[in-house]
Every structure is written in structure tokens, then in C-alpha cells.
Design a protein around this ligand. Structure first.
Ligand SMILES: [Zn+2]
Length: 310
């Protein structure tokens, strides 16, 4: 059993949300549960398990409540969900999730395409969600995180101003966020940029900066992960088999590959708390459930290096 003292870098699996929203097939509820349980068995302690969205916006998330209930029955797992709006966040609260992530896109064009609101309107929504959380009765108090989407560039607007990222991070904290995460929604980031923006954001919001969410569009995902860690990040999002993308950011590709990330970190002596052998069993579950999707990953292709010891 892992405790935070045994872990240097926390990896949050986002394949069940980011990955499945772009998959060709709809994954069955049973397969989602099996994936979650296998990931936990491997030592994973944070999973973004689904999103609370209307089925007409993103299919395959109708079982959100059941998936959350299953996830909450697992021990030592932080169960987070994505919600694009107030209604979704309220439903997530009703399911007793540990954390709700709201996307606050720095790019107005992406924000409109993704949630039909400008950045300023999303920050206002964010404030309302935080207020609703603060008015919950009893001891239940879910964490609320702002996912600062397109923080490193946007397929619609191109370059994104760092000043806008920093101002948005501060605005979300002022609105009641427990944390913010820098998201490279489109996979435009490069390692130097990741280091610079991570440090700048850290200087603004300190420990409320909860890590980075990276995509591998240009093959720079792991280099960007390394750069983030060098800059002080202790938490990274990734997706098993590199599933993912953003349906509202044309050209965006999958997330960084969880198992390759675990390998890179463990090879450097950074503890993830994850048993790679156990983790790789997730592949069989996903392969069977998504027969028409491409599964990525160097570790699967090459196997562990000879003599590799975790
Ligand atoms: Zn993403």
C-alpha cells in the first residue's frame, strides 16, 4: 500500500475521461470498472474517472454515477471528474467525488468551441460552482480544480499570452479554486516553455499549482514531462496507451502514455508507487473494449530494458 511518503511523483490517469471521449467505440461500464480496479491494484492513487456532461455533447459518459460509485469503493484512490458547467458539477457533488475539475480555457475561441462560453464567463461559472460547494451541508467538501486549457498554445488562436495564463490562474484561485493545473490541450508545448510557465505560475499561486496535463501531438510529451519535473512539478496527468485528444481542439492528439511515463520516472529513480507489470494488464482490458482504437506506447513495443529494477 502506498502512502504519499513513498511517492515522489503522483500520476493521475486521465484515459477514462480524456481518452474515452475520443475513442471510436463506447467502452462498457464493466470494462471501465475493470480498468480502474486494475490501475489501483498496480498502485495508481489518482484517476479522473469520467466527465459529467450531457450525452448529446459527449457520448459514453452516461454511466458516470456508476463509475464514480465503483471508484469510491476502491481504497486510497483520489476520484476526480471533469465537469464543463454548473449542472455537471452539482451532479458530481451528488456522487460524492473527491475532486471536480472545470475547464477554464485561456483561448476564448477554444472556450467557445468547448463550452460555448468565453474565458471570463467560465471564471464566473467557476465562482458559482465554488460558492455551491461552500454551501454544501455536512462534512463533505470536494476539491475544485481549474484546468487551464490551451495554456501553451491553441489550434484555433495559435500563440497564447503567458500573462493571460497567470491572470486566469489567479482569478480561479480568487474565485475559490483549491488548485489549478496547466493543460497543454493541443500538445503545442515545448520543454523550455513548460519550465518557464510552470515557474511563473508557481510564483503566482504557489502550492495551488497542481501539475501539468500534457498531450503528445508533436512527440514532445515526455520531454515536457521531464521539464515540468525539473521545474518542480510533482504531479502529472497521463493516459494509458496514450488514448485521448480534444474533440473541440482540431488536430490535438492523445495524452502522454502512462506506462511510458512510469518507466521514464522509475528509470531515473523517481518513485511513482506503480508496479509496471501490474499496470500493463490494463492493456488487455482496453484492447478488448476498444477493438478499433490505436493503442500507443513504447514500453509495450520494446518491453522493459534488461536488468530494469523498480
Ligand atoms: Zn487533455
Amino acid at each position: 500500500m502506498n502512502t504519499s511518503a513513498d511517492i515522489d511523483i503522483t500520476i493521475c490517469e486521465v484515459g477514462l475521461r480524456d481518452g474515452l471521449q475520443n475513442a471510436k467505440n463506447v467502452m462498457t461500464t464493466a470494462a471501465k470498472k475493470a480498468w480502474i480496479s486494475q490501475a489501483v491494484k498496480a498502485g495508481m492513487c489518482a484517476i479522473e474517472v469520467c466527465s459529467f456532461v450531457p450525452p448529446k455533447v459527449i457520448r459514453g459518459m452516461e454511466d458516470a454515477k456508476e463509475v464514480v460509485a465503483h471508484s469510491l469503493s476502491e481504497k486510497n484512490l483520489e476520484v476526480s471528474v471533469l465537469s464543463p458547467n454548473f449542472r455537471g458539477a452539482e451532479n458530481a457533488f451528488g456522487s460524492l467525488v473527491d475532486k471536480v475539475i472545470l475547464p477554464v480555457s485561456i483561448s476564448d475561441s477554444h472556450s467557445r468551441a468547448n463550452v460555448r462560453k468565453t474565458r471570463a464567463e467560465m471564471i464566473e461559472d467557476f465562482r458559482q460552482v465554488c460558492d455551491a460547494r461552500d454551501q454544501l451541508e455536512g462534512e463533505y467538501r470536494p476539491l475544485i480544480e481549474a484546468g487551464l486549457a490551451t495554456a501553451f498554445g491553441c489550434t484555433i488562436e495559435g500563440k497564447i499570452s503567458e500573462r493571460d495564463v497567470l491572470e486566469t490562474a489567479v482569478a480561479c484561485i480568487e474565485a475559490g479554486a483549491d488548485s489549478v493545473i496547466l493543460a497543454d490541450t493541443c500538445g503545442y508545448a515545448n520543454p523550455k516553455q513548460v519550465q518557464r510557465l510552470f515557474k511563473l505560475t508557481k510564483a503566482e499561486v504557489d502550492d495551488a499549482l497542481n501539475g501539468v496535463h500534457l498531450h503528445n501531438t508533436y512527440g514532445l510529451g515526455l520531454a515536457n514531462a521531464f521539464a515540468a519535473i525539473e521545474a518542480g512539478a510533482t504531479r502529472l496527468d497521463s493516459s494509458f496507451a496514450g488514448l485521448g485528444g480534444c474533440p473541440f481542439a482540431p488536430g490535438a492528439s492523445g495524452n502522454i502514455v502512462t506506462e511510458d511515463l512510469v518507466h521514464m520516472l522509475e528509470a531515473q529513480g523517481l518513485r511513482t508507487g506503480i508496479d509496471i507489470g501490474e499496470l500493463m494488464h490494463c492493456r488487455e482490458i482496453i484492447k478488448q473494449a476498444l477493438p478499433n482504437d490505436t493503442l500507443y506506447g513504447f514500453l509495450e513495443e520494446a518491453g522493459l530494458p534488461k536488468g530494469f529494477v523498480i
